[in-house]
Design a protein around this ligand. Structure first.
Ligand SMILES: [Mn+2]
Length: 324
C-alpha cells in the first residue's frame, strides 16, 4: 500500500454489547501449539480458563500458533483438548474469538466445538453509558509492512481459503510446517519494526466514537496516548508512564492499549490479561489503589481497567496463571 494512500476506507466492523458483565478479560497472542516448547504456555492458559472470575472473555487472535482447518481438532488432538477447556469456561462466561494472522482459518465448526462466539475484526464493544472500546488483533493496521498487507489481502479471500481447505489435512499440516520454518526470520523482523499505524488507529477510534483501542499482535505491551483525530497525525504516539495516576476531573484522551504475547518458557515468563471491571460506587477508589501487582490501572467512566502481568510479578498474577 503506497504511503500516501493511508486514509483508506476502514474495514467493516461488528459490534458487541456488554450484557450486564461486571468483569471482562482480554487476551491475545498465546500462540498455543503442541510440543514441549509450548507445554508451559498451554498449561497456564488451561489454568487461566479454570480460574478467571470474568463474566466475559475476549480472545483477540493468534490464540493458536497455526490453524490449518477445523478438521484438525480430531478427538484426542491438541486442538480438541483446548476446545474442551474453553468450552468448560463457556458454561459460566461468554467467550469470544477474533482471528489473528496465524489462526485466521479457524471457522464455525471449531467455534461451536469450543463454545466460542466469533467476532469480526475490528469489533466495537459497547460498555454502556456512552463508553466504547474498539477491539482488533492489530495486524491489519500495521501498514508499514507492505509485503505482509499484500499477503494478508490474498489469504483472506474466500477463494484462497477454499483452495487451501480443499487439500487433505496432512498436506495442509505439512504446508504450515514449511511456512513456519520459512517465515521464522521474516516474522522476527516484522515484530521488531511494524506497529499499528497511528493515523489509522485515530481514525478508527473516531469513526466508532470509542475511547480505547485494544489490540495484540505486535507483542509490545504498552499504553499509548493518542491525540484526538482533529488534525493530521503527528508521528509516534506518546508513551504513558504506567506510574502516572489518572488525573481526576480531566477528560482522558484516546488510548491505545497493547496486549503482550504469552510465553511461559521465556525468562522472564510472559502472560498478560487486560481486565475491565465495572465500578461499584463504594469499591471504585479501592480497586485502583489495591492493584499492587498491576500496571496501567486507569479509568473509563463506570469502569476500571488494569493489566494483570506475569512479567510484572505479584501473587495475583501468579495465581491467575497457575505459576508458583
Ligand atoms: Mn498476530
Amino acid at each position: 500500500m503506497p504511503h500516501h494512500d493511508r486514509q483508506h476506507a476502514l474495514p467493516r466492523q461488528s459490534r458487541a454489547a456488554c450484557r450486564g458483565w461486571r468483569c471482562i478479560d482480554f487476551l491475545s497472542d498465546l500462540h498455543l501449539h503442541e510440543g514441549d516448547d509450548g507445554a508451559a504456555t498451554a498449561q497456564a492458559f488451561a489454568h487461566y480458563l479454570q480460574h478467571t472470575p470474568a463474566d466475559a472473555v475476549f480472545l483477540l487472535g493468534d490464540v493458536f500458533e497455526v490453524w490449518v482447518g477445523d478438521d484438525a481438532a480430531t478427538p484426542g488432538s491438541f486442538e480438541a483438548r483446548v476446545a474442551a477447556q474453553i468450552r468448560a469456561l463457556s458454561q459460566r462466561a461468554a467467550v469470544h474469538f477474533m482471528a489473528g494472522n496465524r489462526d485466521f482459518l479457524l471457522g464455525p465448526t471449531f467455534l461451536a466445538q469450543a463454545g466460542l462466539q466469533g467476532l469480526h475484526d475490528p469489533t466495537c464493544l459497547d460498555l454502556g453509558a456512552g463508553q466504547r472500546w474498539l477491539l482488533t488483533h492489530g495486524d491489519a493496521w500495521c501498514l508499514d509492512d507492505v509485503d505482509y498487507q499484500r499477503f494478508r489481502t490474498q489469504v483472506r479471500t474466500p477463494t484462497w481459503q477454499a483452495a487451501l481447505l480443499a487439500k487433505p489435512l496432512a498436506e495442509r499440516q505439512a504446508i504450515a510446517r514449511a511456512m513456519r520454518q520459512a517465515s521464522a526470520s521474516k516474522q522476527a523482523d516484522m515484530l521488531s519494526h511494524a506497529d499499528v499505524d497511528t493515523a489509522t488507529a485515530q481514525a478508527a477510534l473516531a469513526a466508532s466514537d470509542a475511547s480505547v483501542l485494544l489490540h495484540g499482535h505486535t507483542h509490545r505491551p504498552a499504553e499509548h496516548a493518542l491525540a484526538p483525530n482533529r488534525e493530521p497525525a503527528t508521528g509516534q504516539p506518546i508513551r504513558l508512564s504506567t506510574e502516572q495516576p489518572a488525573t481526576p476531573g480531566v477528560e482522558p484522551g484516546p488510548l491505545r492499549i497493547v496486549l503482550s504475547d504469552w510465553d511461559l518458557q521465556a525468562r522472564p515468563p510472559r502472560a498478560d490479561v487486560i481486565r475491565l471491571m465495572r465500578d461499584t460506587p463504594a469499591a471504585a477508589p479501592a480497586a485502583v489503589t489495591a492493584a499492587a501487582d498491576t500496571a496501567g490501572a486507569q479509568t473509563t467512566p463506570g469502569w476500571t481497567w488494569q493489566r494483570i502481568s506475569l512479567t510484572q510479578g505479584g501473587d495475583r498474577a501468579a495465581a491467575l496463571f497457575g505459576v508458583r
